[in-house]
Design a protein around this ligand. Sequence first.
Ligand SMILES: [Zn+2]
Length: 210
Amino acid sequence: MGYYCSKCKKDIPEKVYEYSLENYDKVLCRDCQKTINNGKDNVSDNKSEGLSDKKSRFTEGMIKGRIAETLIEELFLSLDYNVFRYGMENTVPGIMKLLKGVRGDVATNIRRMPDFVVQKDKSVFFVEVKFRTSESFTLEDLPRDYPFENAYFIVVSKKHIKCITYEELKQGKEISPDTHNYLGNRKEFDLDKNIIIDFCNFAVKFFEGV
Ligand SMILES: [Zn+2]
């Protein structure tokens, strides 16, 4: 599945993709990462840091991502959803129906399955959780042939929890600090606004110091 640089559109391997997201909060090839390091629009103040600093920042990003996942998992659990992490092909009600709409190689797609499947009664959703310091998420954050056309992306930032579908991303919509696509506004999840507010407050408190 092809990832590509959001600046120069060059194809990049998955490792570079992941590294770039963790460290630059956007998808950049190695060359474009260097340009950013040298230029004035320095997103993260990495002057002449050593390898160990880079490594620890990478780990920090991973941990933030995991925390965001856990937060969203708990949020859905507290709303009486069932939450499944991968390997659930045979156990999730409705999963085979969801997989029918999935393009491409089945094995790759199952491996790249979104973080969660959440289910309540007859509603089943693919959910992918992202932590973004920049509070932004666009179609460019995904590989070109992203197969899960019915996925929901939940973006956790230091201040907000927002949500966008793959469908909306394809229409050119995005998540940014200026958009109002809060998770609490999604009717399909039938979410309790007070619970979401509780989780948002928790997230704010938690991510404040990091
Ligand atoms: Zn590039």
